[in-house]
Design a protein around this ligand. Structure first.
Ligand code: GDP
Ligand code: MN
Length: 361
């Protein structure tokens, strides 16, 4: 999961990496409370999950007295189509030089890879392709608690020595936070020292529970319920509810709905070996979405037994139409149960999805 800049900066600060003074606001008027702390000029940074924010208009500079007006503009804007809900307002740093620093995982050598470039900033991709020698690299064995000093010296070259501890601390962040990527672009020097002017941190999704991070920031009540049941669940805008087992089959169902020009209301993967009660929970959950007119249940029976699934669907007793495609273990028993209760069971997912699209149009 990719953290937003201000979330990443919080983690950086906790590990001793200096970041500019700043506050997060959700309305332009909130700024009035904070401006006196931030100096005569501020930088307003849209907290949106898009790359190249600066070039897309997501970073604005303002004098203190114009800052509220500028914040209003930024809140009204979309950055590459993404609405701005939070703005990080920071003191404007007197930047002397911009460097690039990142740590990723080098899968080939199973080690961390540290990259440092003398010329960072918004054009780093260009620098990296035009002058590959400007980017220095070091791999580090993840069993090491610190980046060895000789590697730090090799990485920073003639850049100021104050950068060395920042590299080491970023390495600590990566190790402790189970990060797949940590990036500071730009890492800047100012008369007051070195600062992480920007921050990017991607946490390994498999480590979110251990890290105590909740994936969906603004969960709906239904999304929380789905999480309690252990479903992978995402709400979308359409009217065709979707329940599948396995992320691949569920995604393929969504793709087919799109293909037949329907609109899915959600993604719900019940997971492997779903029993009767689990299926009932899933069907009721999806049926509870206000726009759902019909539900496609597309399950492959392996460990999952089709008769259990069928019982689960019948138990749910929802008012919307349910179109079922079941294949595999105990398929015939499942089919009988569904037919006895007046449910439609089709043999292929194409047929099931077509029937659902027809049902709503
Ligand atoms: P990105 O486009 O999402 O990578 O946004 P950044 O946070 O990296 O900001 C883009 C650029 O804005 C940086 O490379 C800097 O040149 C500039 N910038 C950001 N913060 C400051 C600041 O405090 N002072 C100055 N002078 N420039 C800044
Ligand atoms: Mn940046």
């Amino acid at each position: 999961m990719k953290l937003l800049e201000y979330e990443a900066k919080e983690m950086f600060v906790n590990h001793g990496i200096p970041v500019p003074d700043g506050v997060i606001i959700t309305e332009a008027e909130e700024m009035a409370l904070h401006l006196h702390k931030l100096g005569p000029e501020v930088v307003l940074k849209a907290q949106v999950d898009v790359g190249g924010r600066g070039k897309a208009g997501g970073i604005l500079m303002a004098k203190s007295e114009e800052a509220i007006e500028t914040a209003k503009q930024l809140f009204d804007a979309t950055i590459k189509g993404v609405p701005v809900e939070k703005i990080l307002v920071e003191e404007r740093l007197p930047i002397e030089h911009e460097y690039y620093l990142s740590i990723t995982i080098d899968r080939a050598s199973k080690q961390y890879l540290i990259l440092f470039a003398e010329t960072g900033g918004v054009d780093i991709e260009q620098t990296a392709s035009l002058r590959p020698d400007a980017v220095r690299k070091a791999v580090i064995n993840p069993l090491l608690v610190d980046v060895p000093p000789f590697l730090l010296r090799r990485l920073i070259g003639k850049a100021p020595k104050e950068i060395a501890p920042v590299i080491n601390r970023l390495y600590h962040v990566v190790c402790e936070k189970d990060a797949l990527l940590a990036e500071i672009n730009p890492l800047v020097t100012t008369p007051g020292g070195v600062f992480a002017a920007d921050a990017k941190l991607i946490i390994d999704d498999n480590a979110l529970a251990r890290q105590g991070i909740h994936v969906n920031r603004d969960q709906t009540e239904r999304e929380r319920e789905a999480e309690r049941h252990g479903f992978s669940y995402v709400e979308l805008a359409g009217s065709i509810g979707v329940i599948g087992n396995g992320a691949g089959l569920t995604m393929a169902t969504l793709d087919l709905i799109e293909h037949y020009q329907g609109n899915a209301a959600n993604f719900l993967d019940v997971g492997g070996g779903a029993g009767r009660e689990r299926v009932t929970h899933a069907v009721r959950l999806v049926a509870g979405m206000p726009d759902v007119q019909v539900i496609v249940v597309n399950l492959l029976g392996g460990i999952t037994r089709c008769d259990e699934v069928a019982e689960g669907i019948v138990d749910a007793g929802i008012s919307q139409k349910v179109i079922v495609r079941l294949a595999g273990t105990n398929e015939e028993v499942g089919r009988k149960i569904l037919q006895d209760h007046g449910y439609m069971m089709l043999d292929t997912m194409e047929e099931a999805v077509r029937a659902a699209v027809e049902a709503v149009s």
